[in-house]
Write a protein that binds this ligand. Structure first.
Ligand code: HEC
Length: 123
């Protein structure tokens, strides 16, 4: 039983690979945390979306009822694609009961977070 003394290059490579996997893992973790309960996204929803769509996406506010927005918790609504949701945010929605404005200042992270939040309204 002896042990080899690692040459510096080998140690460096190992560390690089280890650091890369740590970075990947923490990236995944942050994506999951955002998906679940990023409070900033919740606040964004409350401030910008809930007046029409309701706190839980059911559209059960005065304005939501008046505009006849769809209940986001239904299977029919949830059958829509993420890209449909993103398009609504980027371009707004023309609607007989009153249009949804475009939200052009949202960052890609905010858009992703809002889509994930809307998915969480599923029954
Ligand atoms: C002035 C009211 C109003 C506000 C504020 C509003 N919406 Fe809407 N939204 C609507 C209306 C009206 C529709 C079209 C009817 C429907 O699908 O419920 C709609 C539709 C949608 C849809 C469905 C798009 C599709 O493909 O059918 C999504 C997703 C959506 N809104 C997300 C949001 C988010 C996220 C916010 C906040 C950043 C927001 N809305 C703010 C009124 C609003």
């Amino acid at each position: 039983m002896g042990y080899a003394i690692p040459v510096p290059e080998v140690v460096y490579m190992r560390n690089a690979r280890f650091m890369a996997s740590v970075a990947a893992a923490s990236f995944l973790l942050s994506a999951v945390a955002l998906a679940d309960v990023d409070p900033k996204i919740g606040r964004l929803w409350k401030a910008q979306c809930a007046a029409c769509h309701g706190q839980t996406g059911k559209g059960d506010t005065d304005k939501g009822k008046q505009m006849k927005v769809n209940d986001m918790s239904t299977a029919a609504f949830q059958a829509k694609k993420d890209d449909d949701f993103k398009k609504a945010l980027a371009d707004g929605v023309k609607w007989e009961g009153g249009d949804m404005p475009a939200f052009k200042d949202l960052t890609p992270d905010q858009v992703t977070g809002l889509v994930t939040l809307i998915r969480s309204f599923k029954k």
